[in-house]
Design a protein around this ligand. Structure first.
Ligand SMILES: [Zn+2]
Length: 288
């Protein structure tokens, strides 16, 4: 269920619904009592919802500091809790996972958010440099890393929701999880579209780093290059007039596929809206 990429080390909802997670090895560190506030689910009188637990020290120290300073997971959990009502407590546990990937563990009902994944994304964008920015923006790197980690959080949340809420659908769960991440990001408007494109960039970089082989064709995940194209297609499909540069030669979506992207986006958006029917917070269905 992890957000796996070709090199095998990376595993990966404010639904703008009206308009718009396999376990890691145990960390060696104790939970930080200072995180009590962040572990509380959003909203009064609720014992369920997404919460964040940081493990400090050791190999997780740098990643924990990065995530905590930017409140990446805390804000993602707030967005999820503002959107969907989950009777279960679903913790994001930030810790060192060794060789494992970020993943939802149905045995424990937790999402392991691996320090190694954070480090990998940071390294990838650092090496990519300005070229990763859409316009060569030198400040784009850190924002892109944060965006990809937010996407990871939503992707793994999808696995948790599918398991905890007993959601049923056809097609591959990994693709459906990416679709939820796209819906939650793009539903944030222009800023979210930029975040979704950062996720597309990350998958494209991963595809370039490690070309797929025969084993990848057997994997439960779509190929990195396909996942990159899917995210770009959803962004274009949501706002075609705003993202014409994504299409055609030098773009991220072929002209043939671009014609279908508005429908692909609508399928993803309305599909998740239907899946979560009965679990949405009342304000979420009215939010743009
Ligand atoms: Zn997954």
């Amino acid at each position: 269920m992890g957000r796996r990429t070709g090199n095998g080390t990376r595993a990966l909802l404010t639904l703008a619904l009206a308009a718009a997670v396999t376990g890691c090895t145990a960390g060696q560190d104790a939970a930080d009592p200072a995180d009590a506030a962040s572990r509380r689910p959003h909203g009064k009188g609720s014992s369920g919802g997404f919460v964040v637990q940081y493990r400090t020290g050791g190999k997780a120290a740098s990643a924990t500091a990065y995530l905590r300073t930017r409140r990446i997971l805390d804000k993602a959990a707030e967005r999820l809790n503002d959107t969907v009502q989950v009777p279960h407590r679903i913790p994001f546990v930030v810790r060192s996972c060794g060789a494992a990937e970020p993943a939802y563990d149905p045995e424990t009902g937790t999402i392991d958010f691996c320090a190694e994944h954070v480090d990998e994304i940071r390294d990838r964008f650092a090496h990519a440099g300005q070229g990763a920015g859409r316009q060569g923006d030198p400040d784009a790197g850190d924002a892109h890393v944060a965006a990809v980690l937010e996407e990871t959080a939503y992707h793994e949340s999808a696995h948790a929701l599918i398991d905890r809420l007993g959601l049923r659908f056809t097609g591959r769960e990994e693709d459906v999880a990416d679709q939820l991440a796209a819906v939650l990001l793009i539903g944030q408007g222009r800023a979210g579209e930029t975040k979704a494109l950062a996720a597309a960039t990350d998958y494209a970089l991963a595809a370039k780093e490690t070309p797929f082989d025969a084993t990848d064709l057997l994997d439960e995940h779509s190929l990195d290059g396909q996942r990159a194209a899917n995210y770009a297609c959803y962004v274009y499909g949501a706002q075609p007039a705003r993202h014409e540069d994504l299409v055609g030669a030098g773009g991220r979506v072929t002209e043939d596929r671009a014609e279908a992207c508005p429908d692909e986006w609508e399928q993803a958006r309305s599909g998740w809206q239907q899946l979560l029917a009965g679990h949405l917070k009342r304000n979420a269905s009215r939010r743009r």
